[in-house]
Design a protein around this ligand. Sequence first.
Ligand code: TYD
Length: 150
Amino acid sequence: MNSKLSLRVRNSGLLPLKFFKDVPDGNLFIAEAGRQVPFDIKRVYFINNLANQKAVRGHHAHRKLEQAIFCISGSFTLHLDDGRTKQRVLLNDPSCGIRLGPMLWHTMSSFSYDCVILVLASDYFEEADYIRSHAEFVAAVTAADGAAGR
Ligand code: TYD
């Protein structure tokens, strides 16, 4: 990840972790709720075995859920779309995650063979919180922006 990266999409941002470099005895990365991660954590999930380099995951937004996504091994590309602005981010640094706030369409692709993705989430799994149609997502963002006079 480019250390000068800034997130232009709404409801996102960089989440640098607390980090102790103990080389050659390993590195220690720490994420604490309310500190490095801007919400209380109710759920943790991780994705490995991304053997299919053509795999594309995600393709959805969440209505209310807050998540923090980390690439703790290898690399992948995160595609973000807030309904107005799109941004592509290479995740290849375990010490810095990305906030996936509400109403942020995201897909993940171009996984390295050793990629492991870690996600911290603010709530339990709830299918009703997902928007899985991009057209529905754009309509919802447009309606919310219109109501807010943006
Ligand atoms: P999904 O979030 O669509 O995966 P991705 O965004 O990584 O492509 O979830 C895939 C399936 O797993 C879907 O059927 C819902 C289920 N699932 C749970 O049951 N609990 C969870 O916490 C998550 C993240 C997914």
